[in-house]
Design a protein around this ligand. Structure first.
Ligand code: ATR
Length: 279
């Protein structure tokens, strides 16, 4: 079988997804191609999608600004993606478009790869900072994985409350303002910065001042550049174990590729290669 894959979004000129998926294909000897399908926001999205339906793709990723806009064009939506309200992966099966979201699970896989002890402990107290789309996916993945305490702090507390409605199973969630969270950081085993604050290293400061952390805590920032953001720098100064955001890119792709082909490709050296590309 020859897989016809691609990426829909705008702008995607600099996306690393083609590099990642072509590398996956080479590693597990899957034949196929992965191409950029740029859809400008000036064009009629519905017309573009109708044309794409004629192309017999086997699957595609979908990124900004279309992760929600694609929903009405899908034949089925995976329950997880429906909860999150956004799709980043579409698998075409017997002509039907099925939507998934691999971002949150990709993040969790990347974290567990580096710190496997995090899922072996009984009670891990997690704090998510920020309450945008990325937080939503990560929160969902942690709830699904059975984490018992996952709190959310955000500048606009209502957005954190909205995400906490996804709560299920045995997860308990408290929501806080950023000011409240600043006083509580010493409680947590894992603190994840999920907003875009830090993406502009020259001007961005930390989303909250980090003055205290629990001994042995992991502090993570999903900003995709492999840089020590102001937030991570503070954590490092306090002796935290650090987790960088760029590996999430590889693991969300790993999960998408698995959905399309049934093969889970080991990340191995790609982590280091990606770091070099991004630096
Ligand atoms: P997404 O994850 O959907 O791409 P985003 O634009 O990165 O969204 O924003 C994610 C979160 O970052 C939002 O919750 C936002 O806070 P608000 O809900 O109050 O808007 C938070 N955020 C963005 N810039 C921020 C800043 N300078 N300080 C504090 N929080 C910020």
């Amino acid at each position: 079988m020859v897989y016809r894959l691609g990426l829909i979004g705008y702008p995607i000129e600099h996306s690393l997804s083609p590099w990642i998926h072509e590398s996956f294909m080479n590693q597990v000897r899957v034949n196929g191609s992965y191409r950029r399908i740029e859809i400008s926001p000036d064009t009629n999205f519905q017309d573009e999608i109708s044309m794409l339906k004629q192309e017999n793709l086997n699957g595609f990723n979908i990124t900004v600004p279309y992760k929600q806009k694609i929903l009405p064009f899908l034949d089925q939506v995976d329950p997880g993606a429906a909860d999150i309200g956004a799709v980043n992966t579409v698998c075409v099966k017997d002509g039907e478009w099925i939507g998934y979201n691999t971002d949150g699970m990709g993040y969790l896989r990347s974290l567990v790869e580096e710190y496997p002890e995090i899922i072996k402990q009984d009670k891990v107290h997690v704090l998510l900072l920020g309450a945008g789309g990325a937080c939503r996916g990560i929160y969902h993945a942690f709830v699904n994985a059975g984490f018992t305490n996952v709190d959310i702090a955000n500048r606009t507390i209502e957005k954190a409350e909205e995400i906490a409605l996804l709560q299920g199973g045995g997860t308990v969630t408290e929501v806080f303002t950023l000011e409240e969270a600043t006083r509580l950081t010493g409680r947590y085993d894992l603190i994840i910065q999920t907003s875009s604050v830090g993406m502009k290293p020259e001007t961005d400061t930390s989303i909250i001042p980090l003055n205290q952390i629990k001994k042995g805590a992991i502090v993570s920032d999903i900003v995709y550049q492999p840089i020590k953001t102001a937030f991570l720098q503070q954590a490092d100064d306090l002796g935290a174990k650090l987790h960088y955001g760029h590996t999430m890119l590889l693991y969300q792709a790993q999960y998408s590729f698995e959905i399309w082909t049934g093969k889970r490709v080991p990340i191995g050296e790609m982590d280091r290669e990606l770091k070099t590309i991004l630096e």
